[in-house]
Each structure stands twice: as structure tokens, then as C-alpha cells.
Write a protein that binds this ligand. Structure first.
Ligand SMILES: [Fe+2]
Ligand SMILES: [Fe+2]
Length: 292
């Protein structure tokens, strides 16, 4: 058995039973595979989940898409967004909701959701500025990057809360403590779940590489640009850009990530990278508030 698969199976085994892929996601994934599918057939299926349909309209009307006029129907939203974009939005929202299910009314889940939306907004904005040509994978990856934390909270419960408290919440310290105690971190758990759900390799690689660890190099990712984007977005979401005198954060301007974008639009030095990110900070704040 290949090493990577063996490692993932061990993680899945220690995490315990993982939730199944929701029907709506499986349906949307399968019907949107068909290039001849009519928009009305897709909207009929999504419409059967009114909560999801409402969220798609909310996202369609958010500054993410810069619509000139109000998008009032799901059909119009699909025409404007495109099928691939819609597919990714459905995937992101439904998977997050599946993970947080009824029992997860914890304040931590709310915090993860807010942070995840923020990272999704950062991915979207930066991906557009660098013309990476990602159609919705950027937003969904940002939205799902920390889903390993929710998996661990579901399966490990209060003990995982203690780990989070010890580490101060997130970042490399949390990963270190998770690895010491569990043998893997929340980025490994996210990758295991993405593999269990058969999500695209580019997505599971990006989730896995959002923190540092052995073999996690952007060059080895299925889509290095996507993996680098989630890294920078996660780091930017934790930066305070309001203080212009503050030196650039080493994480959000990380050389390896910005080189992985592979575009001359990506500034070549840390100070310029920070200026680029700082210019988006207010916009991201507004986008996140509208989505909450
Ligand atoms: Fe994380
Ligand atoms: Fe994060």
C-alpha cells in the first residue's frame, strides 16, 4: 500500500467514524458532471434544500461577485456564476454544515466558521488579483481549510478543546501539540476527510498544506497555486493590517508560497507583498460581514 494512503488510513482509523457525504453534494456533483445538463434541473435539485438555496443567493449578491443588480432567483445565480462555481459553493457550504451538525453549538465552531469565511474571502480576493483563474476552488478551499478542527472536536470532544486552549487557538503551536498528543494535526485530519469524501486531489492537498509539516511543499501539490493561496490567505486572515508601521508578517509573505503562484503579478519582495495584502484588508472585512 502506498505510504500516503497508509498514513491516511491510520488517521481515519484513529479519528473514528467519519460523516458521510451529504446527498445534496453527491447529487450536485453528479448532475453537474453532465455538460448537457439544463440550468433548471440543477436549480430544481438545489431548491429542495431551501436553506442552501438562500445561502447561494446571499453569496451571489455579495461583493465576491460584484453583481450590478440584485440576483433574485437561483436559476439566474447559476447562469451568472456558472455551473462550476455553483458546484464549489454547494460543496463548501454543505460540507461545513454536515460537519458542524446539531450537536455542535459550540462557540468554537462559530469562531472557526467566521475565520473560515474570512480565509475564503481572502482566497477569492487574492486569487482574482493574481489572475490565478480558479473558479470557486479558491473560496471552497478557504472555507474548508480548518475542517480538521471540527472533525477532531466532533470525535475527540472536550479533550480537543483543552488542546486548543493550551495552544492559544491556532497556528503552528496547535499543530505541534496535536501531533504530540494525537500523532497527527488538524491539517492531516482535513486531508483524511477530503480523501474519504473523494474530493479532488488539488483540494485535499491544499487543505493538508495550510500548515507546515513533513513533505508539505507547495511544489508537490496537485495545484501548487491553490495550496499557496490557502497558506497566504490563512496567514493574512490572522494579520493586523491597520498598523502601517508594523513589519511584514513572515507567514503571509512567505517566499515559497508567493513563488508557487507562478505569476509576474505576484510581488517579488516581502514589503510589496504586504502592501498588496494590506490594500485588500478593509474589503475583506466588509465581505465577511455580509456573508455572516
Ligand atoms: Fe489551521
Ligand atoms: Fe486557519
Amino acid at each position: 500500500m502506498p505510504l500516503r494512503q497508509e498514513r491516511l488510513e491510520k488517521i481515519i482509523e484513529s479519528v473514528g467514524e467519519l460523516p458521510a457525504l451529504p446527498n445534496i453534494v453527491a447529487d450536485v456533483l453528479s448532475i453537474t458532471e453532465d455538460p448537457t445538463i439544463a440550468v433548471s434541473q440543477i436549480s430544481d435539485r438545489v431548491q429542495r434544500d431551501p436553506g442552501l438555496a438562500a445561502k447561494i443567493l446571499k453569496i451571489s449578491n455579495s461583493p465576491f461577485y460584484g453583481m450590478k443588480q440584485y440576483v433574485g432567483t437561483l436559476k439566474l445565480a447559476i447562469v451568472i456564476l456558472g455551473v462550476r462555481e455553483l458546484r464549489n459553493i454547494v460543496l463548501g457550504i454543505s460540507l461545513f454544515e454536515t460537519l458542524q451538525d446539531g450537536r455542535m453549538q459550540h462557540v468554537l465552531v462559530r469562531e472557526i466558521w467566521e475565520h473560515s469565511l474570512r480565509v475564503g474571502a481572502w482566497c477569492r480576493r487574492l486569487g482574482a488579483a493574481l489572475s490565478l483563474g480558479l473558479q470557486g476552488e479558491d473560496f471552497i478551499c478557504g472555507l474548508l481549510h480548518d475542517m480538521g478542527k471540527i472533525v477532531l472536536l466532533r470525535q475527540v470532544g472536550d479533550d480537543y478543546l483543552k488542546l486548543i486552549k493550551r495552544s492559544g487557538g491556532h497556528g503552528q503551536t496547535l499543530c505541534q501539540i496535536e501531533t504530540n498528543v494525537l500523532g497527527f494535526d488538524h491539517a492531516d485530519a482535513a486531508e483524511a476527510l477530503a480523501t474519504h469524501w473523494n474530493l479532488p486531489q488539488a483540494l485535499s492537498d491544499a487543505l493538508w498544506m495550510h500548515h507546515e509539516g513533513p513533505n508539505r511543499t507547495f511544489g508537490a501539490a496537485n495545484d501548487p497555486r491553490l495550496a499557496a493561496l490557502v497558506w497566504v490567505a490563512d496567514a493574512a486572515a490572522r494579520e493586523d493590517f491597520s498598523n502601517a508601521d508594523q513589519p511584514p508578517g513572515p507567514s503571509c509573505t512567505r517566499e515559497e508560497a508567493w513563488l508557487a503562484f507562478g505569476t509576474p503579478k505576484a510581488p517579488s519582495d516581502a514589503a510589496q507583498r504586504r502592501v498588496m495584502l494590506a490594500a485588500f484588508a478593509t474589503e475583506i472585512q466588509e465581505m465577511q460581514m455580509l456573508l455572516l
